[in-house]
Design a protein. Structure first.
Length: 289
């Protein structure tokens, strides 16, 4: 299977050049798209990699290109870099975001293929995976012209169908696109919930049960997931995990790891919620599939 996580040793610092940064809690500086970050060294490594969080760049620590960087660097442009071959900079940059989007879709399709409940969809999912991988083999100009939104529209129904099959045994609440920023959800029963595209920034999810929940696109930045159970949660990425705040007793799917910045010791479980203390769940947006 193609590696769908970043291998910075095989890249040319594309994530430090292509995206724009805005000074915020995630980035200490403003940086326009296409301009190298001042912390990028001549060898394409980050000069403050071991102290990014302390230096005001936590956003960099949670970014994952899903393996797009090394594929662009080593396959699309054949190992040539944008410093020694400046004419490659513009096409390489244009192709990078498209490749990242392709690989993100491929990540979700590949995960769906591993779900036993999604067996009726295996043939369609395998065809989609092969197609996405083949499209990633286009040259830089071909990648830049791809209609990624169209591809998402084609593939999302398959991912939704897989999600429905997984969650059928314990169907939970439909919270697609819900605004749950800062919500008090400690010990909440969110088994089988659809949290696709939900805003959980800064939410209190301590001890929450998110088994078999669909978390595709959910924003978990700063969410407190200490002691939460994500066993069997689907479409959860390492970047989402890295963006949250957890502890040694946070339970994750086996293919994901506890980030180094998480508390290494178990957390005390929150007390029972008082009557009426839970959040008012707004109507979810309809554009989350």
């Amino acid at each position: 299977m193609r590696r769908l996580s970043a291998d910075c040793e095989q890249c040319f610092g594309l994530c430090c050049v292509v995206p724009a940064f805005s000074a915020s809690a995630d980035f200490a500086i403003d940086k326009p798209a296409g301009r190298p970050c001042p912390n990028l060294r001549p060898d394409f490594r980050c000069g403050i990699h071991d102290r990014l969080r302390e230096s005001g760049f936590p956003g960099c620590t949670v970014y994952d290109c899903f393996g797009a960087g090394q594929r662009i660097a080593q396959e699309t442009v054949g190992g040539r870099d944008w410093r020694t071959a400046p004419d490659l900079a513009r096409p390489m940059h244009a192709a990078f975001q498209v490749m990242r989007d392709l690989h993100e879709l491929l990540y979700y399709v590949t995960e769906a293929e591993r779900l036993p409940q999604a067996r009726p969809l295996y043939a369609d999912l395998r065809s989609a995976a092969v197609r996405l991988d083949d499209l990633g083999g286009l040259d830089a100009d071909g990648l830049a012209k791809l209609d990624v939104n169209g591809l998402r529209s084609e593939i999302n129904p398959m991912l939704l169908a897989a999600s429905t099959l997984v969650r059928a045994a314990h169907p939970g609440r439909d919270l697609r696109g819900a605004d749950l920023v800062g919500a008090r959800l400690a010990k909440a029963d969110l088994r089988g919930a659809s949290l696709r595209g939900a805003y959980l920034v800064g939410a209190d999810l301590r001890g929450a049960d998110l088994r078999t929940a669909d978390l595709i696109g959910a924003d978990l930045r700063g969410a407190d997931v200490c002691g939460a159970d994500f066993t069997g949660a689907i479409f959860l990425t390492q970047a989402q995990v890295d963006a949250a705040r957890g502890s040694a007793d946070t339970r994750l799917p086996p293919h994901l790891r506890h980030p180094a910045h998480w508390d290494a010791s178990p957390t005390a479980a929150p007390g029972p919620a008082s009557p009426g203390s839970g959040p008012t769940v707004p109507r979810s947006r309809s554009d989350q599939g």
